[in-house]
Design a binder for this molecule. Structure first.
Ligand code: PMP
Length: 413
């Protein structure tokens, strides 16, 4: 991962963990071992308190009211946009706040791609995309006559870069790629890939959902056209996230949804739309959620993303080492550059049975297709179990998980 080799010693990780109230609870009478952060992350008290404080003391709608509460809500909402922008090293005005990655990619698909693509054009996607970066493109392909092309991976779960560049033919107009795979943990070399795509005039859409929780992301240095992400995997509330887009794209994109907030003037004979990013933020947004996401960014910035990445690299190394004790273990996704996400199967045991029995031991892992059917098809499996770590996990939890897995393995024979 993008991590320094040495773990910062100045951080008291036990104190960091204590910031997350939920992690102290019991599940089925056992201490919770939460290994499902790739699905959704837990929230520090500062985020929970910020949302609580908004509803207790400041609740009002944004942008419409001139009264004190309205100004406070608007100021805090826009301040959150500013915090996110600084975190990603981009301009606030190029950041469209929305409900998350799914919305963000649909916004690119319907507002940018739909008016531009035509029969004979191609949309290039990788084998490891989440359904959120596949299905919107299929819908657009159906409506425009464009076709979908797939960039394949190697058996260890790495993008085959030679095949990818060969697939970037002149018919390809847009390329969607996950920064980090939610199933394999593979960290894709998005900077290099986007440079190659841009050289060929291909517009790039990076799905950053699984990158932002784990590492520092500097969007301009990636050089993509669009970067989509979700807030709830990076310590923020659910229903939050954003689309960052190059200014020149936002400037020419028509609105995706119409309604209040996204207009300058409405007449029955025509409407003048607002400037970006507000043009793409119709209706009342998730005000409290985004203010909470601002608090999450404050929290992560105070920890330092390099420290987060280093901590998780250390936990991942321990997890992989411990898992070697399990007979019949198959790890799916062994790329060299890998975030703390481990998909696995145990010979003779169904993924759902494993996850159900682990739950009885207090261990939360996800089982299923992880919204990545084409990836499951590539590996010839219907489902996997996935243990995903965050900086708030502990070495003791990793040992508890592996002990529970050994026990469950024995039970399943
Ligand atoms: N892309 C990836 C890589 C993801 O992991 C997820 C969430 N599982 C999504 C997209 C969709 O995010 P959301 O449901 O928050 O829109």
């Amino acid at each position: 991962m993008n991590a320094p080799l040495v773990v910062a010693t100045s951080i008291d990780w036990a104190a960091v963990r204590a910031d997350f109230p939920l992690l102290t609870r019991l599940v089925h009478g056992k201490p919770l071992v939460y290994l499902d952060s790739a699905n959704t992350g837990q929230k520090p008290a500062s985020v929970i308190e910020t949302v609580d404080d908004f509803y207790r003391r400041h609740n009002a709608n944004v942008s419409r009211a001139v009264h004190a509460l309205g100004s406070e809500a608007t100021e805090s909402y826009e301040a959150a946009r500013g915090k996110l922008a600084r975190h990603l090293n981009v301009r606030s005005d190029d950041l469209v706040l929305c409900s998350g990655t799914t919305f963000a990619i649909n916004l690119v698909a319907y507002s940018w791609a739909l008016p531009r693509l035509q029969p004979g054009d191609a949309i290039l996607l990788t084998r490891m995309e989440h359904h959120a970066n596949i299905v919107p493109w299929q819908l657009i392909a159906e409506r425009t006559g464009a076709k979908i092309k797939v960039a394949e991976i190697t058996p260890d779960g790495t993008l085959d870069l030679d095949a990818l560049y060969a697939a970037m033919t002149s018919d390809v107009k847009v390329f969607g790629v996950a920064h980090v795979s939610n199933v394999l943990g593979t960290i894709n070399p998005v900077r290099e890939i986007c440079r190659e795509a841009r050289r060929r005039g291909i517009v790039t859409v990076v799905d950053g959902s699984q990158a932002l929780p784990h590492m520092a992301v500097d969007i301009p240095s990636i050089g993509c056209d669009f970067y989509a992400f979700t807030g709830h995997k990076m310590c923020g509330p659910t229903g939050t996230g954003a689309l960052w887009a190059r200014k020149e794209h936002l400037a020419v994109m028509p609105p995706f949804l119409g309604g209040g907030e996204m207009i300058k003037e409405v007449r029955f004979d025509g409407t003048v739309f607002n400037d970006p990013p507000h043009r793409f933020e119709a209706g009342t947004p998730n005000i409290a959620g985004h203010i909470g996401l601002g608090a999450a960014v404050d929290y992560l910035d105070a920890l330092g993303m390099a420290n987060v990445a280093a901590r998780e690299a250390e936990l991942l190394a321990h997890l992989l080492e411990e898992m070697r004790q399990i007979d019949g273990l198959r790890i799916i996704g062994t790329a060299k550059d890998k975030a703390a996400v481990v998909s696995f199967l145990v010979e003779g045991a169904h993924a759902h049975d494993l996850a159900t029995l682990l739950d009885l031991e207090g261990v939360a892992v996800r089982s299923g297709h992880h919204c990545a059917h084409p990836l499951m098809q590539f590996f010839g499996v219907a489902a996997t179990c996935r243990a995903s770590l965050a900086f708030y996990n502990t070495h003791a939890e990793i040992e508890a998980f592996v002990a529970a897995l050994l026990k469950v393995r024995r039970l399943l024979g």
